[in-house]
Write a new protein. Structure first.
Length: 370
């Protein structure tokens, strides 16, 4: 039971297409975007709501028995080990210790600017004798890190006035966009929303098939064209179909692209302009998926995507696969774009609503004693 959640489909190498009759895929005619499109056919079957047992909404609460919490998922943090080492042996509170903390922050991908600002604040507070001991300094570090993240911890809200509420997902190759779409689909379904998916990654035929499989698993219709089709046309047809069926949320996939590929980057701008023909506010959310293991390269990626697509929210995936994870602080400091979700593993419940307190607590030791 639920065996399909046990293994994440690999980007670029999806599992074989399902053979269940009636898969809710809606072919989109490769017509002029101004032309009307066919109405999406109903899903073949209702989604398995028993997946609520996976606890997808218990994000900040302690992990349920048998499930891993934030600390367990991020236990390999370099910052955790460094802080214990440099602060755990009755250190002398002063500039030298703060310098070591700053070096550790930089080594954890927090970024030079953010690390320096945090260190300067701690240094000033140390000079004012605000910290009685190393544990107090640790608490101060925790507070500064949380303060940096708190402004960007803004959950994604579905505006009921926008029907469909269009989410355009973007990102470079291999970050887990399609898998994230599948998990988001289930999450929104559990919240009572109806959904439709648009297979806008026409650059790879395998990506279209992968999204169809996720659509079947969730009992959701997928609008698709053939490989090499115009991605903007797919998005336009999907939005028309979603409007005609009264769908609450439309999630549109896009081709994974390097931020240096000008042609594909310009395609994102075209998709946005085409969607705006049906709703001047669409897309209502441009959700960029970022691989947390890429470190500081994520900064340049987001800078380029934001310039073209006006990113409104972030999903940072694969945080359980990096010993650093500090890139979230760098992104928050550089852009201030809301971090909607983080990926802490392959299971459905591992796509968590971003909680800055839980995240920072997982990166730092509780105390320096023992």
């Amino acid at each position: 039971m639920f065996s399909f959640w046990k293994k994440k489909p690999v980007e670029g190498n999806p599992p074989a297409a399902a053979t269940t009759p009636g898969m809710p895929t809606v072919p989109a005619a490769p017509a002029n975007p101004a032309a009307p499109t066919a109405t999406a056919t109903p899903p073949a079957s209702a989604p398995d709501t028993s997946l609520t047992d996976l606890g997808a909404h218990v994000d900040a609460a302690p992990a349920a028995p048998g499930k891993l919490g934030w600390r367990e998922r991020l236990r390999k943090s370099i910052l955790f080990k460094d802080v214990r080492e440099i602060m755990g042996a009755n250190p002398i509170l002063g500039d030298e210790l703060i310098d070591e903390i700053e070096t550790s922050l930089i080594g954890s991908d927090v970024g030079v600017t953010a690390s320096r600002e945090i260190a300067d604040k701690l240094r000033r507070r140390t000079h004012k004798r605000e910290f009685a001991n190393a544990d107090a300094l640790l608490a101060g570090l925790r507070g500064e890190l949380i303060d940096l993240l708190r402004p960007v911890a803004v959950p994604l809200g579905i505006d009921p006035a926008c029907k469909p509420f269009v989410i355009l997902t973007v990102g470079v190759n291999g970050v887990g966009k399609t898998t994230t779409i599948g998990k988001l689909t289930r999450r929104f379904q559990l919240d009572g929303h109806s959904l439709m998916l648009a297979a806008g990654d026409t650059f790879r035929a395998a990506a279209v098939e992968q999204l169809k499989i996720w659509g079947e698993r969730n009992g959701v219709a997928v609008v698709a064209q053939g490989s090499g089709s115009d991605a903007a046309s797919v998005a336009f047809d999907a939005m028309q179909a979603a409007k005609s069926r009264g769908i609450d949320v439309l999630i549109a996939d896009t081709a994974g692209r390097l931020h240096t590929q000008a042609g594909l980057m310009n395609e994102l701008g075209k998709i946005g302009r085409v969607l705006a023909r049906l709703d001047e506010r669409a897309p209502h959310e441009v959700l960029m998926v970022i691989d947390g293991t890429t470190g500081q390269n994520a900064i340049s990626q987001l800078r380029q995507f934001n310039a073209v697509a006006k990113v409104t929210g972030l999903v940072v995936t694969k945080l359980d696969g990096t010993a650093r994870g500090g890139v979230l602080f760098a992104l928050a400091r550089e852009f201030g774009i809301p971090i909607r979700y983080v990926g802490l593993g392959e299971q459905l419940e591992d796509l968590r609503v971003f909680d800055p307190e839980a995240f920072v607590d997982a990166l730092l030791p509780d105390s320096l004693g023992g």
